[in-house]
Design a protein around this ligand. Structure first.
Ligand SMILES: NC(=O)c1ccc[n+]([C@@H]2O[C@H](COP(=O)([O-])OP(=O)(O)OC[C@H]3O[C@@H](n4cnc5c(N)ncnc54)[C@H](OP(=O)(O)O)[C@@H]3O)[C@@H](O)[C@H]2O)c1
Length: 383
């Protein structure tokens, strides 16, 4: 059994949107001794510039407000060339050689568990220094903040790797067996819980679903149009996000099946697509489902009302007329927008069929980081 001590400093590789917010959240943990971040490069002119980067956020406002409302100014401090977030020591690894996970001296700083938030290393089958598995040279476990992508189509998922989503399949995590853990994507964390509730409720009466995420911009987008790279497959990715709704892809369809294998065994059809829109965070999954039988809106509400009562941290049931900015800062993986549900029943060869349009909000940044926190608690044995 590989256990992770709740006191051991947590490692964060990459401090972009997800890594930075993860550092914010980890700084609230009383028992944690320190946070160790690795950027594999220096930033700005001095430690002060890193403090400014961590101390302010264009989406969530100042770190001090996140920690304790408007009352406190010194939530982030530099003492003896060391940065402290909320009094928690932040160790910054910035040597160029640390761009390669296998070279990062995590254990030297007491780190047992690493969150890789770079998005650059997603293949659990690779066994090189410069891969996700490279972290395991000097740490006990690594969490990927994205879905696994196995490049070699014939390769099997290694036995020590697992994808888990809170509210769906946390019971699959085996502390003795699993050292490489994917928390799937923000979109999967939003749509897998309601799909699981539907699969459990309807079984083989659930014919198919199609989901579209209307997703906020991320740093994978361009501010203005750029020339596509040599061999670029998706040239829409090179278009300006401040001027466009950009059709894109999502790995959610595959990831949902991975965490809910009954979808395959029951033969439920599925599809997923994505539209990127010019907002800084907060997204919505439009989930269209086809069912055998007749069901009204109240019937659908009762499924999600019960699910959210059983899983209060994962799903919020909303009967308010929300828009995307109302979601910013949400800690839930998914928010059911009950007022936006609509359905129609038809009859064919004497059989009734109902098509329902369901909608689920999520803060793709902070909401996702809170799902990582739930996974962290699972791994350190706090749930
Ligand atoms: N943003 C979201 O809504 C969201 C939600 C859920 C999951 N995710 C996933 O989380 C991952 C990160 O997303 P993000 O939005 O945080 O991206 P991001 O803002 O681009 O951050 C990625 C960070 O990783 C750093 N990095 C890249 N290679 C590195 C290396 N070898 N060593 C150390 N640092 C390295 C980058 O810094 P440099 O400038 O130094 O390269 C950058 O700061 C992606 O896999 C994404 O799919 C994102």
């Amino acid at each position: 059994m590989t256990t992770i001590s709740p006191k051991s400093p947590v490692g964060i590789n990459g401090i972009g949107r997800i890594g930075k917010l993860m550092a914010w959240l980890m700084s609230t943990k009383e028992e944690l001794e320190a946070i160790v971040i690795s950027t594999g490069r220096k930033s700005g002119k001095s430690l002060d510039d890193l403090a400014t980067y961590l101390g302010y956020d264009s989406t969530y406002g100042p770190y001090a407000r996140f920690i304790s409302g408007f009352g406190r100014e010194k939530a982030i401090e530099i003492n003896n060339d060391t940065l402290y977030l909320n009094g928690k020591k932040l160790v910054w690894l910035n040597d160029q050689e640390y761009r390669v996970p296998g070279s990062i001296p995590w254990s030297k700083h007491g780190v047992e568990l690493v969150f890789d938030t770079t998005g650059k290393m997603t293949d659990p089958t690779k066994n090189e220094d410069n891969s996700l598995r490279g972290h395991l040279h000097n740490a006990k476990k690594v969490v990927l903040t994205a879905p696994f992508k196995i490049k070699n189509k014939g390769a099997m998922m290694p036995e020590d790797a697992v994808t888990v989503v809170g509210g769906v399949n946390f019971d699959r995590y085996d502390p003795a067996a699993h050292t490489i853990i994917s928390n799937a994507s923000c979109t999967t964390n939003c749509c897998a819980p309601p799909i699981k509730a539907l699969v459990d409720h309807f079984g083989d009466k659930f014919i198919s679903y199609a989901l579209t995420t209307v997703h906020a911009a991320t740093n994978s987008q361009q501010v203005l149009d750029v020339l596509p790279k040599d061999g670029e497959k998706d040239c829409r990715k090179t278009r300006s996000i401040i001027n466009n709704i950009i059709p894109s892809t999502t790995g959610a369809a595959n990831a949902v099946i991975e965490v809910i294998p009954e979808i395959r065994t029951l033969g439920i059809g599925s599809q997923a697509s994505s539209l990127r829109v010019p907002t800084n965070t907060a997204s919505i999954v439009i989930l269209d489902i086809s069912l055998i039988g007749e069901y009204d809106n109240d019937y659908m509400h009762s499924i999600f009302s019960k699910y959210s009562e059983r899983n209060p941290e994962i799903m919020r049931f909303s009967d308010k007329q929300l828009v995307s900015s109302d979601i910013i800062g949400s800690t839930h993986s998914t928010i059911y927008d009950a007022l936006f549900t609509h359905r129609r029943t038809t009859k064919r060869d004497g059989q009734l069929y109902t098509m329902v349009d369901l909608n689920f909000w999520y803060d793709n940044e902070f909401g996702y980081v809170c799902s990582l926190d739930r996974l962290y608690n699972l791994i350190i044995g706090k749930r």
